[in-house]
Design a protein around this ligand. Structure first.
Ligand code: SF4
Length: 459
């Protein structure tokens, strides 16, 4: 890792910030500030290097062991690109509040961004080299090939000549895979790129993009996504017009809201996407990763009576949503038989989630129940046999801890309390970050909350 200086309780961020920046962006810029500083200082150092030195230095650092087949039918290959432009934000890191995507070290990220700026051809060569190294040159494709940039249709991450070089100049594999899966942000879904790519690289193309929640305000003012409902509607329509498959990613758990609210929002998000005739939906449990909003809540919210009563995600257990919540979410979705073929479990996030939960419950009891749920979910994912979930549900209903969880859930505010919960979490964030200037900063959130959907308002 790259030496992030974690803030301690009681530290205060003194800087005055420019006006008209959303509350959540200020919070995220604060959380990421030491990474931004380090990135900028490394950028100054790297600027002394020649393009050739930069290219060699990146290539020397490649780790061939990072990728590999993730199932019998699917391979996932992560391209080494300049990263998600929304997260890096020209060196002022912020991006989505639940995201800490990059495993690369910061130095390589600096180098690859500098190379992109100075010499796009070399930048393209490095990306192609990373693909060949990890997946093999002109290898026989698996049925499904996930070729993963961060925002793969973005002209910023993959400028036109680079996109051409990777996907269009020659075939990536010895023949066309049955399906090529690309990930992008909804606002960058482009018919031209999808059509060309389909012609050259695969029999079908699936385009995955983050939706996270159905509500525009929560997606942007709380998750800092910078993607409107309009972008999502257009993306689904464009992908369909290109004869390709659309896949929206949804979050199981919203940081800073409680589990009851998160569950209701998940349900509405799925219904909304079905109405829009999306083809597939990936669901991901929120993971407590460094530098996320959830992780900040976990590290900084005091365990007071009020915070226990509020039970917002991040502040409870190990900072991850509870395993009962996760099971209830999957059970609720799968009651709708139509969804059995539509919902995909994000493999990496489920694995990480259960790893963390099993470690946590090793010390706090519930380990057996947690393993039982984890194994059942793996089995269910393979077979899609609803009877597996029914058996788990029946078993859980006899468990005292599950009964206590359900009872506690009844007490929590639902959708009409979202306004109040966001306000409280916002106030706690402000106090942790800005100390005695917290009121002034909370006013920015209050102003934005005036535009929150009235369904969420208990005023
Ligand atoms: S768009 Fe995706 S990669 Fe970029 S910050 Fe958001 S979640 Fe992370």
């Amino acid at each position: 890792m790259f030496g992030i200086n974690m803030m301690r309780k009681g530290d205060v961020w003194p800087e005055c910030h420019a006006k008209n920046i959303m509350f959540i962006t200020m919070v995220l810029e604060y959380i990421w500030r030491s990474v931004s500083d380090e990135y900028k200082s490394k950028m100054l150092e790297a600027d002394q290097l020649s393009n050739e030195e930069i290219e060699n230095s990146i290539i020397d650092k490649f780790n061939v062991h990072e990728n590999g087949p993730i199932s019998e039918w699917l391979n996932m290959t992560s391209l080494f690109t300049s990263g998600c432009p929304h997260k890096i934000n020209k060196g002022n890191f912020s991006g989505c509040s639940m995201c800490n995507y990059f495993k690369e070290d910061l130095e390589s990220l600096v180098l690859i961004n500098l190379l992109k700026e100075r010499d796009p051809v070399r930048y393209g060569n490095v990306i192609k080299y990373s693909f060949d190294l990890l997946r093999g040159k002109k290898k026989m494709p698996n049925l499904f090939e996930y070729v993963n940039g961060h925002d793969s249709l973005s002209p910023d991450e993959l400028p036109d000549p680079v996109f051409q070089q990777i996907f269009l100049k020659e075939q990536l594999f010895s023949s066309k895979p049955y399906r090529l899966i690309l990930e992008t942000r909804a606002n960058n879904v482009s018919a031209a790129r999808i059509r060309e790519c389909k012609k050259k690289s695969a029999k079908t193309i699936e385009i995955a993009f983050g939706v996270e929640v159905y509500d525009d305000w929560i997606r942007n003012h709380w998750l800092n996504k910078d993607i409107g409902n309009r972008d999502i509607i257009n993306a689904i329509r464009t992908i369909k017009e290109c004869g390709c498959i659309s896949r929206g990613n949804l979050l199981i758990g919203i940081p800073g809201l409680n589990e009851k609210q998160s569950l209701l929002i998940l349900k509405k998000s799925v219904d909304w996407l079905l109405d829009l005739q999306i083809d597939r939906i990936t669901v991901s449990p929120l993971n407590n990763k460094e530098n996320t909003l959830q992780n900040f809540i976990y590290n900084h919210f005091e365990q007071t009576e009020e915070s226990k009563n509020r039970a917002v995600i991040g502040s409870m257990e190990d900072g991850n949503p509870s395993v009962f919540f996760l099971f209830d979410a999957i059970y609720m979705l799968m009651e709708n038989q139509k969804l059995l073929d539509i919902i995909v479990f994000a493999p990496i996030n489920f694995i990480k989630y259960f790893d963390m939960k099993l470690k946590y419950h090793k010390f706090k009891g519930l380990k057996d129940i947690c393993s039982y749920i984890s194994n059942a979910m793996i089995e269910f994912d393979k077979t899609r046999d609803s009877a597996i979930l029914e058996r788990v549900k029946e078993q859980l209903c006899n468990e005292a801890q599950y009964q206590a969880y359900k009872k506690e859930n009844e007490r929590l505010p639902g959708l009409d309390g979202v306004y109040d919960t966001l306000r409280w979490t916002g106030k706690m964030l402000s106090k942790s970050i800005w100390g005695n200037r917290w009121k002034e900063k909370t006013e920015v959130l209050d102003e934005e909350l005036n535009h929150l959907n009235t369904k969420f308002t208990e005023r």
